[in-house]
Design a protein around this ligand. Sequence first.
Ligand SMILES: [Fe+2]
Length: 289
Amino acid sequence: MTITSDSVALNQWFPVAYDGQVKPGASRDTILLGEPLTLRADASGDLTVQTQTGDTLPTIRAFTLVFTTLGDNPRPMPVIQEFDEPDRRVVNCGSVGVQTSPCRIVENFLDMAHFCFVHTDILGAVDETEVLSYKTRLHEDVDEIWATDCKFFQPAASQSARDASAGQLTDYIYRITSPFSVMLYKTAMGYADRLDAICLFIQPKTETDCIAYMPMALLDDVSSTTSMIDFQQTIFLQDRIILENQRPRLLPISPRSEMPTRADLSSVAYRRWLKDKGLRFGLLLEDAA
Ligand SMILES: [Fe+2]
């Protein structure tokens, strides 16, 4: 396993731990882009991240996670203001290992068509399979892809919706905040004009072995923290089964291999955006159909 030479992948901020994962005074070994790293927590729990040659890497603490970078000029961190709103429940859902490409994980997160088949009776119902028309747009000022006007019928869109036991037409907005991170906003129970924020940040240990972190900033005064985490982990473990069975594990990038449909508009936009950036890490670059 060697560190990647892909400058696009190197110049990103990646999560390497969640808050509290490394206990004060303890250390933990991990891998980022093929580079072995050691995380050491001081007496107050603050992390230092070092390479095997002893170089100390920069860190940023944000969204319940600790981020680091192996690049000299990393893409700026996304601004996600919901995490600063005082009435939000900010929940760290831990981390989940997934044996696939980081780009497959982002693409799956964007995909509404799988809700009814993979998350049956939670995020989708077998008799409500239609993905309604939505829009995607590149926001050039922040270099993010947004998918807006997404709507999907959901039997239990969240823990609070499950407790209310009523299906609903859920509004979604997706933000691709970097090649290796994505988030969504969705209808919050009891709020007409504010949305729950759910993020997915990926630590690629290698091109096909990742750790996924899912911090959330929710509007929910009722559910216990444990039940909110359980809900999100249940969803993600259903996704992991699908993700780990996809072949090839690298995300294929080819103009001809995928037929664009309305349902995977955001996937097409994501793949084009990755290609325009010249990313190679996590991708299967092919010419043939
Ligand atoms: Fe899913």
